[in-house]
Design a protein around this ligand. Structure first.
Ligand code: GLU
Length: 481
């Protein structure tokens, strides 16, 4: 069997969307599963739709997701160039070949004629399509137009009879009557190919073995297969991936909030969780197991488990997956991921301290950006809170005062606050002596030390803050009470 060669062929029209990247991911996983090649090709023949840094955003997204490519616009490769706008001569050559064979023809119709044609068809209640008038031109008529140098496009001469079977490994075979297919424009009058021409020529010349792309291209599929037939080329295997819907069952779009993977990155989602989540948008392993590392996905990803029914983007599920991956992640790796999120929040924390934070926060965050509000009190000089909070639920001010005094005494006698188990034990004993429940006692101390009601375990936090800062916060709370 020939080596698997697949491609991601985006148009550089903005930051790629989760749905586009899901399709890229399936291609990448298939390439890696088979030890094949993943190719990045830029479909930039519609220059009006391009945005300036479009390609950079695409490459940044792929890099972030760990989806490395083997050939592409930045690294080249045997089948380049990988920008379609640099391949115009190639498309012209192949269009000429079709003209010579009689499989395509020049069309000289003007925009006005086409509009008129459409209006008349609509008035007659017919489907609107090109009525093939230039296909019927005599040699003389064609020569006259040629001599006048009229602008022209190249159209595919679709067979007038018979039917074409479109083999799709997701949807199964689809058979359509050729009479339903329009004589598609292949080359525009400015010498640029249409998407249909460029995609077929490039997939063929680049040796693409499998085309996996979004369902929205199904309507173009007949044109592509007919074009392969016109050239006499064997088409690659095609599979159209199910559309990704928002929770309201409408096609996922910016309306649903974040759709760009870079935005998810900035919100603190792990690449492992995003890749895992995206893999399950249209693919399933056994219908049960849902958690996979990227390497595990490479191992188990197969095309027969891609399904045709729409996938729904469920943010709660992504959050859950992110929390799962956070929990199972290696401590050193998690330290490195957390670092920028602390820096971004204005907290200067060294790597060693973050490493100590990891066991305290791992189970308490769903996303990396939740770290800063959870631990900021440890690194700030002063904390602000309402002194009223120091009096705990169902407690008197006197009881709170007693609790803080006891904590001050217990902690004050220790040389350092490094022994979390001892701190925990001694404080519990002090609470018991005062007749307070641990929750009451620690509640007061928590406010005094952190200003918050929900925090990582206090003993661990005190260890990181150190004795002087801890004692100072208790002293300040005592004063306020
Ligand atoms: N350039 C197309 C896009 O932007 C590629 C479609 C295909 O994969 O054939 O999605």
């Amino acid at each position: 069997m020939s080596v698997v060669r697949v491609r991601y062929a985006p148009s550089p029209t903005g930051a790629p969307h989760i749905g586009n990247l899901r399709t890229a991911l399936f291609n990448w996983l298939w390439a890696r599963h088979n030890g094949g090649k993943f190719i990045l090709r830029v479909e930039d023949t519609d220059q009006a739709r391009e945005v300036d840094n479009g390609l950079e955003l695409i490459m940044e997204s792929l890099r972030f997701l760990g989806m490395n490519w083997d050939e592409g616009p930045d690294i080249g490769g045997e089948y380049g160039p990988y920008h379609q706008s640099e391949r115009l001569a190639v498309y012209k050559k192949y269009a000429d070949e079709l003209i010579d064979k009689g499989a395509a023809y020049y069309c000289y119709c003007t925009q006005e004629e086409l509009t008129q044609m459409r209006k008349e068809q609509e008035a007659r209640g017919e489907p609107t399509r090109y009525d093939r008038r230039c296909r019927k031109l005599t040699a003389q008529e064609r020569a006259d137009r040629q001599a006048k140098g009229l602008p022209r496009v190249v159209r595919l001469a679709v067979p007038l009879e018979g039917s074409t079977t479109l083999p799709d490994f997701v949807h199964g075979d689809i058979t359509i009557p050729n009479a339903d297919v329009d004589d598609q424009v292949l080359m525009k009058s400015d010498g640029f190919p249409t998407y249909h021409m460029a995609v077929v020529v490039d997939d063929h010349l680049m040796g693409i073995t499998h085309v996996m792309r979004g369902d929205e291209w199904i309507s173009s599929f007949p044109k592509h297969i007919l074009l392969y037939n016109a050239f006499g080329w064997t088409p690659p295997q095609f599979g159209h991936m199910p559309v990704v819907l928002g929770p309201d069952k409408k096609k996922l779009s910016k309306r649903h909030g974040a759709t760009s993977v870079l935005q998810f990155r900035d919100e603190g989602y792990l690449v492992e969780a995003l890749v895992n989540f995206m893999a399950l948008l249209g693919w399933a392993y056994d219908g049960e197991r849902e958690l996979f590392s990227p390497d595990e996905l490479i191992e188990v990803f197969t095309l027969d488990h891609i399904h045709s029914s729409p996938a729904v983007f469920d943010r709660a599920k992504l959050d859950w997956m992110n929390a799962q991956h956070l929990r199972s992640m290696d401590a050193q790796a998690l330290t490195e991921r957390l670092h920028p999120f602390l820096t971004r929040a204005g907290l200067t924390v060294d790597a060693e301290t973050i490493r100590e934070l990891v066991p305290l926060v791992r189970e308490r965050i769903k996303r990396l950006d939740e770290i800063a509000p959870l631990v900021d009190f440890m690194f700030q000089d002063e904390i602000e809170y309402d002194p009223k909070l120091l009096v705990g639920n169902k407690m008197t001010a006197a009881q709170s005062l007693d609790a803080l005094r006891a904590a001050d005494e217990v902690l004050g006698t220790l040389d350092s606050l490094d022994d979390e188990a001892k701190i925990e034990h001694d404080l519990r004993a002090a609470a018991e002596k005062l007749g307070l429940k641990p929750a009451q006692f620690f509640g007061v101390l928590r406010i005094a030390l952190t200003g918050k009601s929900v925090t990582p375990p206090l003993a661990g936090a005190m260890k990181i803050m150190g004795k002087p800062k801890t004692m100072q916060r208790i002293a300040r709370a005592l004063e306020m009470l």
